[in-house]
Write a protein of this length. Structure first.
Length: 168
């Protein structure tokens, strides 16, 4: 990498990630950083889901008010309708998809840069296996975090939804 003080590395996300990963490698901190990412990922993905859930709730306050008023009695409200639930779930899933896609692309960039460093420096020891292991675990975490709010929103006792609850 060459130093270009006229170019702001933050304007190109992938170049910025490359700069950080290469810097961590030069400081002999790359393995620690990769391990930290892997350890923090479940917590951070949980926070993304929680934040997305709160944002969807804030975008639809009238539905939440209707649900809160319904809790006290047996009055039928809009929250009971399949259309409203579908709309909320759709909003949540698209919000999660957009965020998880951005996270996955960033992880791909980190993985690609790390794999390039391992190849360039000819690392063939146990640390290279640690650094370049696949992101299959990341996919499993995504599935786990997406299934949590989905299964909370979709009633499993309704026959047409029961199939989807068992898949997730």
């Amino acid at each position: 990498m060459t130093d270009d003080s006229t170019h702001n590395p933050e304007t190109d996300t992938f170049q910025y990630i490359r700069l950080i990963v290469e810097s961590l490698n030069k400081m002999n901190r790359l393995e620690v950083a990769v391990n930290t990412i892997e350890q923090r990922l479940p917590v951070e993905l949980f926070k993304v889901v929680d934040k997305s859930n709160n944002e969807v709730a804030q975008r639809h306050p009238s539905i939440l008010r209707a649900h809160a008023s319904k809790k006290g009695g047996k009055a039928k409200s809009g929250i009971e309708s399949d259309e409203v639930r579908s709309m909320l779930l759709n909003d949540l899933l698209w919000t999660l998809y957009a965020r998880f896609e951005a996270i996955a692309e960033s992880h791909r960039a980190v993985h690609d840069v790390v794999a390039g460093i391992v190849c360039r420096e000819g690392l063939r020891d146990s640390s290279s296996a640690t650094l370049t292991r696949g992101f299959k675990e990341l996919w499993k975490l995504y599935q786990s975090e997406v299934s949590r709010p989905v299964t909370a929103q979709v009633p499993a006792d309704i026959p047409r939804f029961a199939h989807y609850c068992t898949i997730i």
